[in-house]
Ligand binder design. Structure first.
Ligand code: PLP
Length: 285
């Protein structure tokens, strides 16, 4: 069976799944998105993802395109129709199609909803987690509300490309004071010499990662001490371990930063423990 994509109420073949050129997402990046892990044919932490979606939409005053119960049916249908056992579901909502004009479109303009699902072989992620990944650092150049999961991702795109060009998998944004904010598509963590887990507190300057929330629960269950405070790149280089979290990465060890090894350049036991225990603390639906 070939891939299908949900576009505004209809299931379309992947190749002809299109939105209008005057969609506000295309014109202004005026929309939000979510990415949810699929594992064993089930959605991981759907409720938390839809809660965050509702918050992102409400911050931007975009109406919810469907009641949450109907949205849940579409998400599960995307998994089922595309026969995804392990992979990701992608959901995007924009302010809809309207004559190009920066201000909001007329009341009643229907938001656009696109939902797709794709398979990903979990072996790739497992191999990456065994080896660890490299990150590079880039100056923080994003807007002041990155807690909203907006589709406007140009700085993230450029950061990711900079990482790729330097043979790395992720880029860490560094603020003016030298503190890491987060990755281009992940939250950033270290394990200090004292064995404390450190990650930046939530606020307008990072995305409140769902995996970050789950890892907090895992850490508490594993008896690890968590300190929510910013950390610098030098601290990360001197740390016992570093790692990133995201729905697409789960817990991914970082073994190099800007070409320099972290913790001898090999993944550490804390990240491995958190990764192994992660799904026992996630919600499946
Ligand atoms: N930070 C950014 C900028 C992201 O794009 C993502 C995920 O895409 C995350 C953090 C991690 O969020 P989550 O754990 O909800 O996937």
């Amino acid at each position: 069976m070939s891939r299908v994509v949900y576009v505004n109420g209809q299931w379309r073949p992947f190749r002809s799944a299109v939105v209008h050129v005057e969609d506000r997402g295309y014109q202004f990046a005026d929309g939000v998105y979510e990415v949810c892990e699929v594992r064993g044919g089930r959605l991981v932490d759907e409720r938390r993802h839809t809660d965050r979606l509702v918050r992102s939409l409400s911050e931007l005053r975009i109406p919810l395109p469907l009641p949450l119960s109907a949205l849940s049916v579409v998400l599960h249908e995307a998994v089922r129709r595309n026969r995804v056992r392990d992979g990701l579901v992608y959901l995007q909502v924009t302010r809809g199609v309207a004559r190009r004009d920066h201000g909001f479109p007329p009341p009643g303009t229907r938001p656009s909803l696109v939902v797709s699902a794709k398979r990903i072989d979990p072996a790739g992620g497992e191999a990456a987690a065994r080896a660890g990944i490299a990150v590079v650092t880039v100056p923080e150049t994003r807007w002041a509300r990155v807690d909203i999961k907006a589709i406007a991702l140009l700085p993230n795109v450029l950061a990711k490309q900079a990482a790729r060009e330097q043979g790395a998998r992720e880029a860490w944004f560094v603020d003016r004071d030298g503190f890491v904010t987060e990755g281009a598509s992940s939250n950033a963590w270290i394990v200090t010499d004292q064995g404390e887990l450190v990650t930046r507190p939530v606020g307008p300057d990072i995305l409140r990662g769902i995996s970050r929330e789950v890892v907090k629960t895992v850490a508490a269950a594993e008896g690890l001490t968590l300190v929510e405070r910013p950390f610098t790149v030098d601290e990360a280089l001197a740390a016992r371990e570093a790692f990133v979290t995201a729905a697409s990465q789960i817990v991914m060890p970082v073994v190099r930063i800007d070409g320099q090894p972290v913790a001898g350049g090999t993944p550490g036991p804390v990240a491995a423990r958190l990764r192994a225990a992660f799904h026992a603390h996630a919600e499946f639906s």
